[in-house]
Design a protein around this ligand. Structure first.
Ligand code: FUL
Length: 493
């Protein structure tokens, strides 16, 4: 028996790489893998980036009284008065039809009303009117997500305009943390938890007709420990304001230059839209956008439901600019999404399908002027459909170009590029040109950052589909990069 164990040990030392423990030792790198350019994403952030596009739901007492924040009146649980059970499966179905891969549901907004039977406060569905006491929104939405293969996430407002303990330690320990724990423990796997910068102070977020208590957001919530607690309960869940950042506006766009790198400092929020090229932490941008002009439904606001074309433009200016997109779908008092919104969401899904799925470059030949050697970094990796392979140049080579031969002339509208982001965001500028004969070239578009995903429209015109450009050859020139560029995928539509 001992001899067998020794033999196994000997075998293991022969086939396993040299241990990493010895200091000062050169580690083997037979694959010639490029060194990371820090910061790099965690596995959890990678999974979240790949989710790309998901829904948001604002629904609660505000829906019934036509308010946005609920800090304009005294708390009254009876305001939440659904007469029939909300159709959460219908919400998720409509989101899925738009191409979304998950749903983040408001469980508690700034008013403090909890849309699930919580033990943390009396201001919840349990004391509401109509069929309200039977409603458990995170349960209904998480079940619909599970049924439809969608990811589930939750919004819990840190600011609580009605809780008597708000701004004291008791609120954090006995109310807020309890609410987070109930949500994290009782509704299955979560991919994202959304907090909010609003704190009810007299600054940017305005005052209230009720008592307001100003808190120091940065220290009061003890974000670092909160992050750890959430990860213990939900290992796959990324946390707002820590693992991803607000994009800095609610109008549906990320910066054309958009670094996933960021830097948190005492000065608070800055450069949210563009990120920070030399930022020390990996904290990608999320674009949060309304499909009307408000977060909560009002009948008058139905006139403002955005068209499918406008929603598609928002998609290009968020997912297509190295951010994720969370798009609000506000249910009405009968617990359903307005019919026009359902139609326009499906229309968005149709546009994404029609314009961004038939990849002319898939499996096509690619040639590059420079390629990293030795190792598996051939230009063909760009069109091989494998997210684990990429084309690279040698260390120190920060400019290079590659050309995709589409095999025949096509009319093209979009070029989608992805860096191999696991080793850090690098590209600082690039141009795309096309040719029908591989000799005379026309500009298609040019840009700065790429990141996890960049979708370039012809002439960077995201607002109209246009008539496209004839191209058999698509040439991408990387004109500046932090270190050798690593390009995982380029698709041509
Ligand atoms: C903001 C909130 O104040 C809005 O009401 C909404 O929830 C939006 C998503 O975030 O900060």
């Amino acid at each position: 028996m001992i001899a067998k164990k020794l033999r196994l040990l000997l075998l293991a030392t022969l086939i396993l790489p040299v241990p990493f423990s010895a200091q000062g030792q050169t580690l083997p790198n037979d694959g010639n893998i490029p060194s990371p350019v820090f910061p790099v994403p965690t596995e959890r952030q990678m999974n979240w980036l790949e989710t790309e596009f998901y829904g948001f739901t604002h629904y609660g007492p505000n829906t019934f009284v036509g308010s946005e924040w609920g800090n304009d009146r005294k708390p009254n649980a009876k305001e939440y008065a659904p007469q029939t059970m909300p159709d959460c499966d219908g919400w998720v179905e409509a989101m899925q039809s738009a191409g979304m891969k998950g749903a983040v549901v408001v469980c508690k907004h700034h008013d403090g009303f909890c849309l699930w039977p919580t033990e943390s406060t009396d201001f919840s569905v349990l004391n509401s009117a109509g069929v309200g006491p039977q409603v458990d929104i995170p349960k209904l939405v998480s079940e619909a997500c599970a049924k439809r293969g969608m990811k589930f996430g939750a919004y819990i407002s840190p600011w609580d305009a009605s809780n008597e303990h708000y701004a004291t330690k008791k609120y954090i320990t006995d109310v807020f943390m309890k609410q987070i724990t109930e949500i994290c423990k009782n509704y299955g796997d979560m991919f994202e938890i959304w907090f909010d910068g609003a704190n009810g102070g007299t600054g940017f977020y305005g005052g209230s007709s009720l008592t307001t208590r100003t808190i120091d957001n940065a220290t009061y919530y003890d974000w670092d420990n909160l992050l750890d607690s959430i990860h213990k309960m939900q290992p796959e869940c990324v946390v707002w304001g820590r693992e991803f950042r607000w994009c800095g506006n609610e109008d549906g766009y990320s910066g054309k230059t958009c670094w996933s790198n960021y830097h948190l400092n005492a000065g608070g929020e800055f450069n949210l839209n563009t990120g920070v090229e030399d930022g020390l932490i990996f904290m990608p941008s999320e674009v949060d956008v309304r499909t009307t002009s408000k977060w909560f439904w009002t009948s008058a606001d139905e006139a403002n439901i955005k068209s499918s074309e406008r929603l598609f433009q928002i998609y290009l200016e968020s997912v297509g600019r190295n951010a994720t997109l969370i798009m609000n779908c506000a249910p009405n008092t009968s617990g359903t999404l307005p019919a026009k919104l359902v139609t326009n969401l499906a229309g968005l899904g149709d546009l994404i399908e029609a314009r961004l799925t038939n990849d002319f470059a898939a499996g096509k030949t690619v040639t590059a002027d420079k390629t990293r050697t030795p190792g598996n970094f051939a230009a063909g990796n760009i069109t091989d459909g494998n997210k684990n392979t990429y084309w690279a140049t040698n260390d120190g080579e920060k400019t290079a170009s590659f050309t995709i031969d589409l095999g025949e002339t096509k009319t093209i509208h979009y070029v989608m590029l992805q860096e191999y982001i696991r080793l850090g965001q690098r590209v600082k500028s690039f141009t795309i040109e096309t040719s029908t004969d591989n000799s005379s070239w026309q500009t298609f578009a040019s840009g700065t950052t790429i990141g996890y995903k960049r979708i370039m429209a012809l002439n960077d015109n995201t607002g109209s589909y246009g008539s496209g450009q004839a191209a058999r050859y698509v040439r991408v020139k990387i004109t500046d990069s932090k270190e050798c560029p690593l390009i995982q995928t380029v698709s041509v539509y």
